[in-house]
Design a protein around this ligand. Structure first.
Ligand SMILES: NC(=O)c1ccc[n+]([C@@H]2O[C@H](COP(=O)([O-])OP(=O)(O)OC[C@H]3O[C@@H](n4cnc5c(N)ncnc54)[C@H](O)[C@@H]3O)[C@@H](O)[C@H]2O)c1
Length: 342
């Protein structure tokens, strides 16, 4: 079985990816300092996958602690690097923490990958690298515009670092994964997104509104040039995001072309308006979330959605879940975990 080191493996996307890796015959090893998660999620991962996952409670910015993991596992077939801070608003308030954590962890990982000759690397990037692009759909060739936050800047810089690393290390194959809006939970409802410091993504905010710990949901503008006037975004089920990593590893394992650093968009390829999202949420919960139309939020573009045809062509990946699957799994996870109480 090919051993894969997963940094940030206790986090939202990392934990779902570990399950998909196990389902496809990989052997994941988790590294996570649990600064934004709980190691307990691995108990649920084991319950779902019937396999226990070795876990190192290590800060990826701590080079010597990280080296121990690479020493213990000198037969790694790949590394997936999820570990990072990811809150856009927090990054505006604490930019240095974001640059320090997101970039130092990446530099350490790459240095050890080169030293221990790990053949394959996948970096968690984001559609945030495209800035406020108005080109639709967004392809991997869409030019990157100015980063809109320190968080987005760490992803643009991270991609540049991996590209330079790839040139200097032609024997190591790299992939940059540009996720659009990951959403949903594992269909079992046992794991899902756990916003530790309060919700700032739209679906967890809808949950907080419905369960009464927030007031009305505020729709930020209904005068955009879209179907119903509200903003359009690309929501992709977290299990589809997870499976894209498995497919990317399988692709890297058999790939022999000289281009050793490729970017892939991971999105559903079509956009949903905020009002359509609310309708799907209401269908899944059997309730009606209370919302009001507010004014536009500075910096929002009317519509962003991906073209994922490159991932389809090269990775053989395409989304399997739709927005109703997303919302049903979110609600199952919410009822199981009551995460909003923490
Ligand atoms: N969820 C999204 O909406 C989204 C969108 C685009 C890109 N991404 C990127 O995908 C990756 C995973 O995101 P997520 O949603 O699972 O986030 P998450 O916060 O749920 O998980 C990140 C995990 O990394 C861990 N971590 C952070 N810094 C660490 C460090 N220095 N050493 C060890 N562990 C550390 C945290 O404890 C957490 O468990 C991130 O790189 C994020 O920027 C996420």
């Amino acid at each position: 079985m090919a051993k894969i080191l997963v940094t940030g493996g206790c986090g939202y996307i990392g934990s779902h990816t570990i399950i998909d890796l196990i389902n496809n015959g990989f052997e994941p090893i988790c590294v996570d300092n649990n600064v934004r998660s709980s190691a307990k999620v691995l108990e649920e991962v084991t319950a779902i996958s019937k396999q226990s996952v070795p876990h190192y409670a290590v800060d990826a910015c701590d080079m010597e602690a990280l080296r121990v993991v690479f020493e213990d596992h000198q037969d790694l077939a790949g590394v997936i690097h999820f570990a990072a801070y990811k809150s856009v608003p927090e990054s505006v308030v604490r930019p240095l923490d974001y640059y320090r954590n997101n970039l130092n962890s990446l530099l350490n990982i790459l240095e050890l990958i080169a030293e221990y000759k790990v053949p394959n690397f996948i970096f968690s990037s984001s559609c945030a690298v495209y800035g406020n692009s108005t080109e639709l759909p967004v392809t991997e060739q869409t030019p990157m515009l100015a980063a809109q936050s320190p968080y987005a800047a760490t992803k643009q810089m991270g991609e540049q670092i991996v590209q330079d690393f790839a040139k200097a290390n032609p024997e190591i194959k790299n992939i940059l994964m540009r996720y659009f809006n990951p959403a949903g939970a594992h269909p079992s409802g046992l794991i899902g997104e756990f916003p530790q410091d309060g919700a700032y993504n739209v679906i967890p905010i809808l949950v907080e509104c419905l369960v009464g710990i927030r007031g009305q949901f505020g729709v930020t503008g209904n005068d955009y040039d879209t179907r119903d006037g509200t903003c359009i975004r690309d929501y992709i089920h977290v299990m589809d995001v997870a499976n894209a990593h498995t497919k990317a590893l399988q692709y890297l394992q058999k790939k022999s072309t000289p281009d050793n650093c490729e970017a892939f968009n991971i999105g559903i390829g079509k956009g949903l308006t905020i009002l359509e999202l609310i309708e799907a949420f209401d269908r899944a919960t059997g309730q009606k979330v209370d919302y009001k139309i507010g004014s536009r939020r500075a910096g929002d573009v009317a519509a962003v959605y991906s073209d994922y045809s490159k991932a389809k062509q090269y990775l053989g990946w395409s989304p399997q879940y739709d927005v109703d699957d997303i919302m049903q799994s979110v609600w199952k996870w919410t009822e199981y975990s009551k995460w909003y109480r923490n």
